[in-house]
Design a protein around this ligand. Sequence first.
Ligand code: FEO
Length: 390
Amino acid sequence: MAVSKITDSVFSVGAIDWDRQLFDELIPLPDGTSYNAYIIKGRERIALIDTVDPSKEDALLRNLRHLGIDRIDYVVSNHAEQDHSGAIPAILELFPESKVVTNPKCKEFLKELLLVPDERFIEVADGEELSLGDKTLRFIYTPWVHWPETMSTYLVEDRILFSCDFFGSHRASSCICVGDKCKVLQDAKRYYAEIMMPFRLQIRKNIEKLAGYDIQFIAPSHGPVYDKPEWIIEAYKDWISDRVEKKVVIGYVSMHGSTQAIVDYLVDKFAESGVFVMPMNLTVADTGELAMELVDAGALVFASPYVLAGAHPGVVYAAYLANALRPKVKCIGAVFSYGWGGRGNAQIKELLANIKAEFLEPVMIKGYPKERDLDALDSFVDDVIQRLPD
Ligand code: FEO
């Protein structure tokens, strides 16, 4: 990423990772990502807001040189995860007078994860301010977006919120600000789904806390800067609300076609009833897409053959992930095609114990669905629809 100017005193100096395909060795990145870092030039002092992933340390240092930065007084660490903190040791070495400014929880993480020595820290409290001369940084604790120590930094005079992962999106782009709003919205929703969704109740409190701030820009640490931040805040408000759509996500695996036939029948029935239905073949589905669909789905259904005396491992994996993501679905159901027996439904129910949703009676079909099985599937569809909004 070349250096980009946001205001006369604020510059983006982070790195674009065009080629990264996986995050946390788990999350697919179809649009790459960026690790944003920002320089704030105050009249008396210079601050760097977050750093970059260690793999892109060279790009950060190159951008600082390009901007003519020969002094950094403060390295603000909003979040200790290494994609933002990983280059802090290099900055501290290059600028021996610099201090890491962060909250006590983040300090402990940085000491443990990156071996930053205790004497290099300045601890800040929630709401505390730090002057750069003519610029003022205010630190706002915003925990659980998505670690317990996460905070945001507000640049008072320029009305910029540096939110780190909060409001971020995995998108590599040479444009500093949002260009294609629809694409960024999808990326931000995917990002929310993958790491923020389990914490939506805590995020509510953070959004309420930010309501008192006049924000002209949100500058996150992944993806573009929001120069019109209202729409992403409104999108978040919707995602964290209790509102669900008239939508069913069906995660399934079919080995020999029986489960596929069941899913095809369910899809037709839901669609005929005016329900938006999203079948996802879990052997090929992008788990990020699955997470994203669950952000506002009203119902989650798993369909699986019995294999090894239980649900298919592909379904088990998806159920495990869904449980960790804790979507706000109102009901959960399961449909099985079995040969001789097993404990698939109990297994799925146990796996989804974190989700506060009603579990419907499962449908068990021996082998391929026959005419006599269709009544049970029809009842199942009715049960799901009754629990969806109109
Ligand atoms: Fe982008 Fe939680 O790190």
